[in-house]
Design a protein around this ligand. Structure first.
Ligand code: ADP
Length: 434
């Protein structure tokens, strides 16, 4: 305000001085000309500065304001200050938006923003991957034109569903199960959250199958045990003791089967949940092989020819308890699935690339090719009845696989129906000692 007053007073004073000078020089006409000239000068200067202001206003953001003295100088300074403040605010807003976008990108779930017409305004990479879309192509398109599954269209149309997620399988990403949740957002917009739940659903199915399998495995021996015990109890008075003893013997066998199943389940569960890696005990392989040989001989009871082939390194590093149980499992299977008179070899050999191989070779019934990849699944058996009759639980190879994984070793199975099998545990070089 002071600057405007000063500028006005300067203009008046200069006009008065010019008029006076004109008066002294040439009289009245000169005074009038000088007054007119001075007023015009001031008017033209204002006009020129206004034009500079208009020109500046049309320049790109960030162009420095023109410089001028007096009141206009103050105007330009004030505009310059405002410009600086607003560009700082804009910079901050851009940074915040950028931070928000990066946070939304980092979310483990898909996020999509739809405008009032359900056109895609923005989506993160997870949303693209889950829904089989591409930001560069699909932004601006209506989601209802891209995902045409009726349940999805109905879900978007009914606001009552909005609180609940929708389970969706879309042709854009076949084989995946998605969970989609829509939430109303500012000014008619919708926030769409998308999560890939394929893995979770698989786990839930596995858990259900596992519980069903365990219940089923326990139910049969339990029913048999109960049946025999009840019969024995009901006919205690008029049944010969030999027959009662037979009933009790069968009941004990079935109880043992249940016990074996529970033992295997506990072993499997402790292998899965015991986080610390197995100890690195130095194991003398010759001693371990001899122990297993003895166990197998007892199990076979003279029905098979059992050979021992030890040409491998002297020692193995790992948990003696876990490895003994895994090797005994493989050897036990060879006894069970090799008919009487067959041959079983237990062996330990060096691997060409370093490391060692424990193997059990049998001349037994063998396994058809299509079963091989599934043998280590819990409760998977080629012949369920045969395995049960032989006292199998269907968990042996699952336990072996876990033990070997904990020792960075791999299970290899070669087999041919009717000709026999070779199960090998191959250990890496850092696990063997020469
Ligand atoms: P099980 O308790 O039934 O033996 P495993 O997990 O040890 O369970 O083995 C799974 C299945 O693999 C067995 O039911 C059997 O069909 C097959 N199998 C395992 N070892 C042998 C073998 N040496 N010869 C033939 N079949 C075998």
């Amino acid at each position: 305000m002071n600057a405007v007053l000063a500028e006005l007073l300067t203009a008046i004073a200069l006009t008065a001085l010019a008029t006076l000078a004109g008066w002294f020089a040439t009289g009245e006409v000169g005074a009038k000309l000088m007054a007119l000239g001075t007023v015009s000068f001031f008017f033209l200067r204002q006009l020129w500065l206004v034009l500079r202001l208009i020109h500046w206003a049309r320049c790109p953001l960030g162009t420095p304001t023109p410089s001028a003295s007096g009141a206009w100088g103050e105007v330009f300074d004030a505009l310059h200050k405002r410009g600086r403040l607003s560009s700082a605010a804009r910079e901050q807003a851009t940074q915040e938006l950028d931070r928000f976008r990066r946070a939304a990108e980092a979310l483990p779930d898909g996020v999509m923003i739809l405008d009032g017409h359900r056109a895609i305004e923005w989506m993160n990479l997870h949303a693209e991957a889950c829904l089989g879309l591409k930001s560069s192509v699909d932004t601006g398109s209506r989601i209802t034109h891209l995902l045409r599954e009726p349940e999805f269209l109905e879900y978007l149309d009914s606001p009552d569903h909005r609180g609940q997620p929708l389970e969706l399988q879309t042709q854009r990403n076949p084989g995946r199960s998605l969970q989609v949740q829509a939430a109303p957002f500012a000014a008619g917009r919708t926030l769409l959250l998308v999560r890939d739940v394929t893995q979770l659903q698989k786990l839930a199915t596995m858990r259900r199958d596992f519980v069903a399998n365990v219940s089923h495995e326990l139910k049969t021996p339990l029913t048999v045990t109960l049946g025999f015990l009840e019969t024995a109890l009901d006919s205690l008075a008029d049944t010969p003791p030999v027959e009662i003893a037979n009933y009790l013997k069968t009941a004990v066998e079935q109880a043992r089967r249940m016990q074996q199943l529970i033992d295997d389940l506990l072993t499997l569960s402790s292998l899965e949940t015991d986080s610390p890696p197995p100890l690195e005990d130095p194991i003398d392989v010759a001693v371990l092989l001899a122990e297993i040989h003895q166990e197998v001989a007892a199990l076979s009871n003279g029905r098979h020819r059992i050979l021992l082939e030890n040409t491998g390194p002297r020692g193995l590093l790992g948990s003696a308890r876990e490895l003994r149980s895994a090797f005994a499992n493989l050897a036990g299977n060879a006894v069970r699935y090799t008919p009487d008179g067959g041959e079983i070899s237990l062996g330990w050999s060096a691997e060409r690339a370093g490391g060692g191989r424990f193997f059990v070779r049998d001349s037994g019934i063998g396994i058809a090719k299509q079963h091989l990849p599934r043998l280590t699944e819990r409760f998977y058996r080629v012949d369920r009845g045969r395995s049960r009759d032989l006292g199998g639980t269907g968990l042996g190879l699952a336990i072996v696989k876990h033990v070997l994984e904990r020792h960075q070793a791999a299970l290899q199975i070669e087999s041919e129906p009717g000709r026999g099998s070779r199960f090998s545990a191959v250990f890496p070089a850092h696990r063997v000692q020469s």
